[in-house]
Design a binder for this molecule. Structure first.
Ligand code: HEC
Ligand code: HEC
Length: 326
């Protein structure tokens, strides 16, 4: 018996030593990201215009990085707070406030180099090389064209500086260790389609749509389930919102939508009456009015063409459920 305890004791020590060793290793070895590139982005009028469009539409930068109005459907950004950060994206894994990305020198990114901003957006580490949580969707932005990222940087540097010291994030174990292993150097950036191939254009602009509307497992989309919806978004009141099936399935998806109807659905959210959550019975993480007020019909149409070219997935989604009663 005594011998058994001794063996168990030794095993326990070994486990503890490995756990501590593993913890120290993960902390020391990650994130594994190279030095920020030495770039200077010329802020041409064309770049600022393009960056303004993307940051305020399909890249969702100013949707996440502004103060958001919970009393309106889709939590639209509050005018005058663009880029100030602070909205919490931690959901179940902790407290992860969006950063202040205005050019304020003390509390924003006013003294970051262009290369450091570029590296943060695409590789997921901050000025000091510390990991960013993937609620900042840098893995998606690494699929954009470099030129589009340059444009977004040129634009965010024109935002009005706002002094707002955002609190540090707090992540639960083991997420705090897992997240630090995700940042990585980008090998292949995307290529902006020429605009003539609408399906390719829709795919390029629609990475954010895919992110919320496709079920995933350990950060990978589940093959065959793309755009079938059902991704959970917990609300503060204990209910859960599920993203819609936007695959072209006629029964459970949007297969019966015409392009006109699809575009009109967005336009409807330019109307203040539609922004009252009471009309819908819930509030949604889907940035309806944010997109509706910037995206061109041509680009929304391209996303429609792309969605219609995907395989239909039969998957019935109930939009709102009580937590645990799904
Ligand atoms: C889904 C919400 C979301 C979207 C979309 C988003 N961000 Fe973020 N971003 C965050 C969060 C949350 C953080 C903080 C992460 C952390 O502290 O680990 C962050 C951090 C950053 C940082 C690091 C700043 C710092 O001080 O560490 C930069 C720069 C940044 N985002 C720029 C952008 C740009 C530019 C875009 C659009 C191309 C964008 N973000 C889109 C949520 C988002
Ligand atoms: C932050 C997550 C999120 C993002 C990003 C997002 N959606 Fe959604 N979407 C949702 C949720 C949740 C719903 C269900 C609740 C609702 O209707 O608002 C939804 C609903 C929809 C619907 C309604 C379908 C129906 O049957 O009525 C359409 C269409 C749609 N999204 C298209 C898009 C497109 C196109 C994009 C990209 C431009 C996009 N979504 C980006 C979360 C998201």
């Amino acid at each position: 018996m005594k011998k058994l305890f001794k063996i168990l004791g030794i095993l326990l020590i070994i486990v503890v030593v490995f756990a501590i060793g593993g913890y120290i290793y993960l902390n020391a070895a990650y994130p594994k990201v190279s030095a920020a590139p030495d770039i200077k982005i010329e802020p041409t009028a064309e770049r600022i215009e393009r960056g303004k469009y993307l940051a305020n539409s399909f890249a969702f930068c100013l949707d996440c990085h502004s103060e958001r109005d919970a009393s309106k459907f889709g939590y639209p950004p509050i005018p005058g707070t663009e880029g100030k950060g602070g909205f919490d994206y931690g959901a179940d894994v902790g407290f992860v406030p969006a950063a202040n990305i205005t050019p304020d020198k003390e509390t924003g990114i006013g003294n970051w180099t262009d290369g450091e901003i570029f590296r943060a957006i695409t590789s997921g580490v901050n000025k000091d090389g510390k990991f960013l949580a993937p609620m900042m969707p840098y893995t998606l932005f690494s699929k954009l064209d470099k030129e589009d990222i340059y444009s977004i940087i040129a634009y965010i540097k024109t935002l009005k500086p706002i002094t707002n010291k955002v609190k540090d994030k707090k992540l639960k174990f083991p997420v705090n260790l897992i997240f630090r292993t995700i940042p990585a150097d980008v090998k292949d950036f995307g290529k902006k389609p020429d605009g003539l191939d609408k399906i390719k254009l829709g795919e390029y602009l629609g990475v954010g749509c895919k992110f919320c509307h496709s079920p995933s497992d350990k950060g990978e989309y589940i093959p065959g389930k793309e755009f079938s919806g059902g991704v959970e978004f917990p609300l503060p009141d204990g209910r859960v919102i599920h993203s819609a099936n936007i695959s072209p399935d006629k029964e459970t998806g949007i297969g019966n939508f015409t392009k006109e109807l699809f575009i009109a659905k967005f336009h409807a959210y330019k109307d203040a009456a539609n922004l009252d959550p009471k009309v819908h019975g819930f509030n949604t993480p889907m940035a309806w009015s944010f997109i509706a007020n910037t995206a061109t019909d041509d680009d929304l149409g391209a996303i429609y063409d792309y969605l219609m070219a995907q395989p239909p997935v039969n998957h019935k989604v109930e939009t709102v459920t009580l937590k645990g009663l799904n």
